[in-house]
Design a protein around this ligand. Sequence first.
Ligand code: VGL
Length: 181
Amino acid sequence: MKALLVVDVQNDFCPGGALGAKDGNKIIPKINNLIQEFDLVLASRDWHPEETIHFDRWPVHCVRGTEGAEFHPELAKRNITQVFDKGTGNLDDGYSAFEATNENLNEFLKSHDVDEVYICGLTTEYCVKSTAMDALKNGYKTFLFTDAIAPVNAEPGDEEKALDELQEAGVIFLTSKIVLR
Ligand code: VGL
């Protein structure tokens, strides 16, 4: 069974948001097309409290209950089966969707007989990367839609470095034009 995992397509990671990826909104039509191709679609959210050590490093973003934490209005939300909330504690960065606290992603995938995880969303160097690395560690064949992700580019070169690390670790790169079934 294949699952599409849509990482953090939230207002604060899109242009105009607190930590906006420059092309964060441009990937949404591609993600919506991908959503049509999968029988199982899951999504993660950064779901921070007002105060967390995470904000020592980053501008305040994705505080639960605020508009910045909402999924982008153009995302085809109705087709998402389960949302995984992460970064919910005060000491918790919660980069990876496998760190979600409302529901355990690994157990959810196992219970749905998922063996292949397909990843898209925001942001390339942080939550997308951590989630893909954890998917590999947990034994899933892991795919990344490289035209349906976008970097926050905190430091120049971060995006390229992240992509190199992912490919070296064994993540398989695809583009969203590939028809999966
Ligand atoms: C993220 C930076 C800080 C992400 C989260 O969702 O990729 N990036 N917090």
